[in-house]
Write a protein that binds this ligand. Sequence first.
Ligand SMILES: CSC[C@H]1O[C@H](OP(=O)(O)O)[C@H](O)[C@@H]1O
Length: 367
Amino acid sequence: MKINGTPYRSVWRDAQDPALVHIFDQTKLPWTLDVLALREEDQVAHAIRTMQVRGAPLIGAVAAYGLAFALQKDASDVGLKDAAARLVETRPTAINLRWAIERMVAHLQPLAPDARVKAAYEEADAICDEDVQVNESIGRHGLELFRTLWEKRRPGQERLNILTHCNAGWIATVDWGTALAPIYMAHDAGLPVHVWVDETRPRNQGALLTAWELGAHGVPHTLVADNAGGHLMQHGEVDLVIVGTDRVTRQGDVANKIGTYLKALAAHDNNVPFWVALPSSTIDWRVTDGVKEIPIEERSGEEVTYVHGIDEQGQAARVRVTPRITKAANPAFDVTPARLVSGLITERGRCEATAAALASLFPDQAG
Ligand SMILES: CSC[C@H]1O[C@H](OP(=O)(O)O)[C@H](O)[C@@H]1O
């Protein structure tokens, strides 16, 4: 997507030194556009753990380059296996991380060690290019859904009100985003979309990243507290909810940023369509019951007891919002059961959140 008129991806190879890979430091957005240069596996692991880079598809793509970095030091079978294990361990919930690393290992394992580094960069490049194409396709399929909803609008309705949670925009993927891709396309096609942006405590991906993305693209949006969504739905202010996801099970259960489940409950109670946008790399065919089987990342309680922002002088500030002795729990994701999901928007089209529908859309993957 464009930043001040310049097209960017969220991860890219250095033009002068192709061994180098760049990302934005997302912990500094939207206040500064800090570009990080990565060339070591450890830098990639740190960037993923600290959420300098985040977003399910993007952490998979960046981890793929992290494996290329590791192989420069040790391209042996053991080196490949150990680096893959270290990178997969950096965050437990988003399946795209495991998917990308497993794809890289399957591609590299059969090669002679001295051919692995070049092949690793090429396969990581391919993962990035495919992510862009897949998300563009998700955007087109989501746009069809938006057009259908807009055609059914109430007399006098002036805008299509969409609520989204967290950030599943272009900065959470290599480009376009998943949940935000159809929003960009609908806006560019002239549909009068308006987005209610959940702030998304505690890391505020909505307030900091989704608001920044939509503002930069000129998409009308309004930031709301996470707890406001149910009220908006009760009062007819939301025509659909669309979110991204970090892992979908073979029966359609959806792991996503903490708070998503509560939005799905409110949507269900108010007959508001609740849609999930995802690339098929986010489907974990090895798990069925998401609540029982998907590991939920537990992050530091200080992400809850402190907030990050900038002060009146524009300086970065970290402010405690609780008594010093207060401890916080911080599960970073929750699981929305398929029964609360109206449908899934994938690169191959839309489908119900059911085992049969997913297997029918992805017979080559369902096994
Ligand atoms: C396009 S998937 C983005 C997905 O990842 C986010 O999690 P995090 O910011 O912790 O990486 C969130 O769950 C989004 O829905």
